[in-house]
Design a binder for this molecule. Structure first.
Ligand SMILES: *[C@@H]1O[C@H](CO)[C@@H](O)[C@H](O)[C@H]1NC(C)=O
Ligand SMILES: *[C@@H]1O[C@H](CO)[C@@H](O)[C@H](O)[C@H]1NC(C)=O
Ligand SMILES: *[C@@H]1O[C@H](CO)[C@@H](O)[C@H](O)[C@H]1NC(C)=O
Ligand SMILES: *[C@@H]1O[C@H](CO)[C@@H](O)[C@H](O)[C@H]1NC(C)=O
Ligand SMILES: *[C@@H]1O[C@H](CO)[C@@H](O)[C@H](O)[C@H]1NC(C)=O
Ligand SMILES: *[C@@H]1O[C@H](CO)[C@@H](O)[C@H](O)[C@H]1NC(C)=O
Length: 384
């Protein structure tokens, strides 16, 4: 592939990432796993050796999708590429030398175990290079928090891993992708970002991947943590942090070396008169663990509760109670077979359970990794 062609391919890659993930059932192109699409020279020649180096891992979504008009913000289609994005934000090249990979090109609802494991191994290798300051994952926003949390739990490096997306297509009036990308590159290249784990940045906010969630399906101001707060904020495109570098309590590190699959973990949604057979169906369909989004602080209907316990008695698969409320805490109940998610919402509890099951943890170890995130006299803090 000539450098020019690879740039074009690259463009198709990043182009797709930053805006609202339109439900897009089909991948846009053949996945090009482990294919480095462009190098720093492709984007900028010559490399400015005094600038930090940042690598972008694009996964799909719609960083630079196009609507049919500048007022269309729903139902647009993916189309632009990385080169167009970089062209649109030439300021990026004054901050960093950029290289990029296309790991996948899917809407974020279709991010799967293959993509997560590949991202993990590529990023781990990239961050081991002395001349790399940090990395960026461009991603559809709908499940961005899940990929970010996964990376926080599986990448063991002080260097920044920055997850970024956009809520509006590139063609929209006041598109947010270009500034979000500029801020992500600034953050990935910043020495002040070291030692803070994986971060999510959109709309000027910098949040820890651990607790940041998508709060609104449509609005720009959607990524934040109501209770745990933010790590920092951009003022005039400079990242300012509120605290010294710190890790959240209960950040267990999982080593994925050699792992090629992840177990199926289902999320069941509780509601009035919740169906008793959802648990049976999950297990019959291969689930190796179940998280349910409980009513209140982890509750469900009495008939579902009996069914869940019967399934647990027979299979022993781990079951984690989370909450369907946007925020909240599910406390551990001594002696209960159900594992409490603590502060984790269902989608984050699912990632943590998936990694624990993948690591071969038994029930008490799984209980431990959840309990460590909310240390109390009866809770965790077992690990130093
Ligand atoms: C390289 O980057 C440095 C630091 O930002 C800047 O001062 C210098 O002008 C750049 N050199 C070129 C050739 O752009
Ligand atoms: C960026 O990469 C180039 C080429 O590998 C290297 O010469 C340069 O030193 C790197 N910059 C930093 C700040 O490490
Ligand atoms: C990049 O930096 C140079 C030197 O400071 C400046 O002249 C130029 O306008 C900058 N380019 C952009 C796009 O900000
Ligand atoms: C995950 O998605 C990618 C991209 O669509 C696909 O190539 C891969 O086969 C999928 N993996 C699994 C296990 O389905
Ligand atoms: C599950 O097993 C426990 C302990 O043996 C028992 O007390 C409980 O009644 C069982 N529950 C169901 C629904 O079978
Ligand atoms: C649901 O699963 C439990 C435990 O395996 C079993 O006892 C029960 O009969 C199942 N219910 C149905 C309708 O299959």
């Amino acid at each position: 592939m000539s450098p020019l062609k690879s740039v074009t391919a690259l463009v198709a890659l990043v182009a797709s990432t930053l805006a609202i993930p339109v439900p897009s059932p089909e991948p846009l192109s053949e996945p090009q796993h482990l294919h480095k699409l462009f190098t720093r020279q492709d984007v900028q020649s010559p490399i400015n050796g005094s600038l930090p180096n940042v690598t972008i891992f694009a996964t799909g979504g719609t960083i630079a999708s196009q609507g049919s008009s500048n007022t269309q913000t729903v139902g647009y289609s993916i189309g632009l590429g990385v080169q167009q994005i970089v062209d649109a934000v030439p300021e990026i090249l004054n901050i960093s030398n950029i290289a990029g990979y296309q790991v996948s090109n899917v809407g974020s609802g279709s991010i799967n175990e293959t993509i997560l494991l590949e991202l993990n191994s590529l990023i781990t290798a990239e961050l081991e290079k002395d001349d790399i300051a940090g990395v960026i994952i461009t991603h559809g926003t709908d499940t961005l928090e899940e990929t970010a949390f996964f990376m926080d739990l599986t990448i063991d490096s002080p260097k920044p891993v920055i997850c970024v997306g956009a809520m509006r297509p590139a063609t929209a009036l006041s598109a947010d992708g270009p500034l979000n990308l500029l801020q992500a590159v600034t953050l990935a290249a910043s020495p002040n970002a070291l030692g803070r784990g994986t971060m999510i940045t959109l709309n000027d906010r910098i949040g820890s991947a651990f607790y940041t969630t998508k709060n609104n399906a449509n609005s720009l101001d959607t990524f934040y943590s109501t209770e745990a707060g933010q790590l920092g904020f951009f003022i005039n495109q400079v990242p300012y942090f509120y605290y010294e570098p710190a890790k959240p309590i209960g950040l267990t590190h999982f080593d994925l070396a050699g792992m090629t699959t992840l177990p199926q973990i289902d999320i069941l949604y509780a509601h009035q008169d919740m169906d008793a057979l959802l648990f049976n169906s999950s297990v019959q369909n291969g689930a190796e663990g179940i998280v349910y989004a409980g009513v209140g602080a982890g509750g469900m209907s009495s008939k579902a509760s009996v069914a869940a316990e019967a399934v647990y008695n027979e299979t022993g698969i781990p079951m984690v109670a989370s909450h369907r409320s946007a925020d909240g805490f599910v406390p551990a109940d001594d002696g209960d077979y159900i594992i409490a998610s603590g502060f984790f919402n269902p989608q984050k509890a699912r990632i943590l359970l998936q990694l624990a099951v993948a690591s071969g943890f038994g029930e008490s170890e799984i209980r431990g990794v959840f309990a460590e995130s909310y240390p109390s006299p009866g809770g965790g803090m077992r690990r130093k």
